[in-house]
Design a protein around this ligand. Sequence first.
Ligand SMILES: [Zn+2]
Length: 187
Amino acid sequence: MMDYGLNNKYDNNKDEYVYSTPNNDIVDYKGNKNFESVDFMQEAMIEAKKAYKNLETPIGAVIVRNNEIISRSNNQVEKLKDPTAHAEILAIRKASKDSDYWRLFDCTMYVTLEPCLMCVGAIINSNIKKVVIGCYHKKNSKVDTEVELALELLKLNKVEVEYDLRDECQKLLTKFFSELRKIKNQK
Ligand SMILES: [Zn+2]
């Protein structure tokens, strides 16, 4: 076990020692920072809230490698006037650019909403290992078919899919669309 010469604390629940550095970063015995202390979906939600503030559909995504966020982004379709500027696509672009190798096979994406078909295509092409999703699409028949197809495609390409459902992801979207309707009705 590495000695960090730091504050060692025994975690009774985990039955092991945890360490913290002088900056109070929690590190595990391999020296990985912040293990299990970062709520990645919460971080994706912070990105979604940034989008909300910019009057963009509030969706956020973070990409994680070795328990560390290597890329984060939010929906920027309006700002960039780019229909492909979804949070997932922008996060993938950055992660690939910043990595030694563009394939992200050792990465997990946390995204606040079920990804669309375009983003699923990008997830598959980037070789992301796993996608963790924060909320379901509000169901209607068109979206249902699309989401089913998207999830099927992920499965076919052996991308792991997990749900970490958060009310807050859904609430943010509902609030955004109801405000949008109000603005439209005022015009
Ligand atoms: Zn998308």
